[in-house]
Design a protein around this ligand. Structure first.
Ligand code: GCB
Length: 684
């Protein structure tokens, strides 16, 4: 039986506990979920870290949890930003004797102080990354212990983001686990990273050369004879290659790093959505032959380049990146969402034909990047350095910490190609540029293989736009500014500065499925009227212009999903940014979703736009269909209107509705397949 086949049931247990990035055999590394049975108070409480504190009046919650699920989405810019306390009891099994015990938090927004039995383990600042504290000295095995966490999402000048167009949902909103490791183990305290880092030195059709760097630690009180074994398995679990480093003596309380090069001949490469093939690397630590620890990480073998003239290439072939941005929250749940909901998000993106994702504006849950690996997305991830910066050493240090966490925790995801160092900094001043210079060199020091990027909304060639390997522009032609799309702007910049690697990190428009207008006009963006038809028009124009410009290395719709921004008061719902192509509850695909589906997929379909505009007052209207048929025939009230073909996936028919109920039907054929759609509109 192969190593991976042996490990698979154990890996599944680990992933069921939602710690897929640190998946390992529970026998050597038992992981216990601490998601249940928390007591919670949404205010400060003096002395609540003490084990005997009376929390009986607090509410009972499970994590993932946020205290802003309602007030963070309802508008008014007045959601609670302050302190919340969480407490729970835990009795670690006596069988963990001799292990090191780590408390792992996958996401707490924004600052967390953690105590065990009244002893403070530490503070973590930053709302989007995993962090761990060593609780070995304080946790009592087989006995009752109290874990207390004081969380605050109050504004903090030292912790980005300071301000942004999204709600900063407070709370322990991702998983909490207790991870037990042997004292001779892969390092747990490396900015929350897996401790095993896979660096692809070269990848071609003939061979792939990968450095496996393992950071390990001997926490025994004596010297140990340590070995590090790295095993590459293919997707079927068969061993491809294995290598064991020479035994080394490691003194007590000492860290040791090991770099092993593995060569994979004739690799099956990770080819994006066409073939997101994954190997795995399992690193085991041995102590005089006994396996003390085991960590398994995904390995996707690929190489990528960005060229200013020809855009993005994967494994030597041009790949048009059809991208969207996505936040992590959803209706009534804020940021506390489940892995199954992430799967639904990816299913929607797959349906639309997305192949590139910018997880704006912060690190999201590991499951997001696992899904991107498995489904072949090209990903841009970034730290939440949005808008303003504070001119302080503490702020800079925290931005750097969040960048180290981002890169180390996500280093092994083959889907990730771009590390983002910021979004729309408010000022092109020396303080901000010095910070971006520093963050950009940090990216290259942390990761020699990937590209740095930045999302700019100031002048096209200002200092802010000149730090990173590639650049993205947030361009809202037809929304915040005039114009029909980015085409002429991009051409002018490309002509003026042909070496610049230009991408469009954001473009889009608000759109409500409850608001309609024909013909649509550019709305006042801050108004409560955001007709769906205008969002359609903007995306039609924008995508046509983008598609004709393959020098753009990547473009990303703002946004795949509506999201909460409690300070907004526009469109059909206060507190909502409605530029999504899918509604906040994921319940409705807006018309523009189907525009991209027609352009980005090979699916056969017909879709009548303005379908939710069911109550009509004007008889003369144009039926517009998005689809992929060779020809489409429209019928109104069972009478054929006309058959049309289209070169751009848009089919239109002017019609006159009759009073009362109208049945609008379209039928098309494509390669012998019939596609249909039908809606009922009432004129009256
Ligand atoms: C931007 C920002 C993003 C906003 C978006 C908007 O440029 O980067 O955070 O949500 O515009 O909708 O205004």
């Amino acid at each position: 039986m192969s190593l991976r086949a042996l490990l698979l049931p154990l890996l599944l247990v680990a992933s069921a506990l939602a710690v897929p990035s640190v998946s390992a055999a529970p026998l050597v590394r038992p992981v216990t979920s601490l998601n249940s049975a928390w007591k919670f108070l949404r205010s400060d409480a003096t002395g609540a870290q003490a084990p005997g504190f009376d929390d009986s009046a607090w509410s009972s919650v499970t994590v993932p949890h946020t205290w802003n699920a309602q007030d963070g989405q309802d508008g008014g810019n007045n959601y609670y930003r302050g302190v919340g306390w969480y407490r729970r009891h835990v009795t670690p099994s006596a069988s963990l004797a001799g292990k090191r015990l780590w408390l792992q938090f996958d996401g707490v927004n924004t600052v967390a102080d953690v105590w065990v039995n009244g002893t403070k383990l530490g503070t973590h600042q930053g709302g989007y990354a995993t962090f761990r504290f060593d609780a070995t000295a304080t946790l009592k095995l087989g006995q009752d212990n109290v874990v207390a966490v004081r969380v605050t999402n109050a504004a903090n000048p030292d912790v980005p983001p300071l301000s942004a167009d999204f709600t900063f949902f407070g709370g322990i909103y991702r998983d909490v686990t207790l991870v037990a490791v042997d004292p001779l183990s892969v390092r747990m305290g490396d900015f929350g990273g897996p401790g095993v880092y896979l660096t692809e030195r070269s990848v071609s059709a003939d061979s792939a050369s990968v450095d496996v760097t393992t950071k390990a630690w001997n926490n025994y009180p004596d010297t140990r004879q340590a070995q590090v074994r790295a095993t590459v398995t293919d997707a079927s679990g068969a061993v491809v290659t294995t290598t064991t480093a020479a035994t080394r003596s490691v003194a007590a309380a000492t860290g040791f790093d090991t770099v092993q090069n593995v060569l994979i001949t004739e690799p099956r490469r990770w080819q994006g959505k066409a073939d997101p093939y994954l190997y795995h690397v399992t690193v085991e630590i041995l102590d005089a032959g006994r396996v003390t620890d085991s960590v398994t990480q995904p390995l996707g073998l690929r190489s990528a380049t960005v060229d200013a003239a020809s855009g993005f290439s994967l494994n030597g072939q041009h790949l048009g990146l059809h991208g969207v941005n996505a936040h992590q929250d959803r209706l009534n749940e804020g940021s506390a969402v489940s892995p199954a909901q992430r799967v639904q998000d990816f299913d929607l993106m797959d349906e639309m034909g997305v192949n590139a994702l910018r997880t704006a504006h912060y690190q999201q849950a590991q499951v997001v990047y696992d899904l991107a690996d498995q489904r072949g997305y090209a990903v841009w991830v970034e730290i939440p350095l949005v808008n303003r910066v504070t001119d302080s050493a503490a702020f800079r240090a925290n931005a750097q910490q969040q960048l180290s966490e981002l890169i180390r925790q996500n280093y092994n995801h083959p889907s990730i190609f771009f590390w983002g160092i910021g979004n729309e900094q408010a000022n092109d001043d020396p303080v901000t540029n010095a910070l971006l210079t520093q963050l950009n060199s940090q990216v290259h020091a942390e990761d020699p293989t990937r590209l740095s990027t930045y999302a700019n909304n100031k002048g096209d060639t200002v200092g802010l736009a000149n730090h990173t390997d590639v650049i993205g522009y947030n361009k809202y032609f037809g929304w915040y500014s005039s114009g029909t799309g980015p085409g002429s702007w991009a051409d002018a910049l490309h002509a003026k500065d042909p070496a610049r690697k230009i991408g469009i990190s954001e473009y889009g428009a608000g759109g409500s499925v409850n608001q309609h207008q024909e013909p649509p006009r550019q709305p006042v963006t801050t108004s409560t009227f955001h007709p769906e038809e205008y969002q359609n028009l903007l995306h039609e124009n924008s995508w046509k212009q983008i598609a004709a410009r393959p020098y753009l290395w990547g473009t990303f719709v703002w946004n795949m999903f509506d999201f909460a921004s409690d300070g907004r008061a526009e469109g059909d719902t206060p507190g909502r940014n409605d530029k999504g192509l899918v509604t906040y509850d994921r319940g409705t695909r807006k018309d523009a979703f189907y525009w991209y589906k027609a352009n980005w997929t090979d699916t056969s379909f017909a879709y009548i736009t303005s379908r939710t505009w069911t109550q009509r007052t004007v008889a003369a209207t144009t039926v517009k269909v998005y689809g992929t048929a060779d020809s489409m025939t429209l019928s109104l009230n069972s009478k054929v209107v006309a058959t049309k073909t289209s070169a751009d996936h848009i089919y239109t028919w002017p019609v006159t509705l009759v009073s009362g109920s109208n049945t609008v039907s379209v039928t098309g054929t494509r390669n012998g397949t019939t596609v249909t759609d039908s809606v009922t509109w009432t004129l009256g």
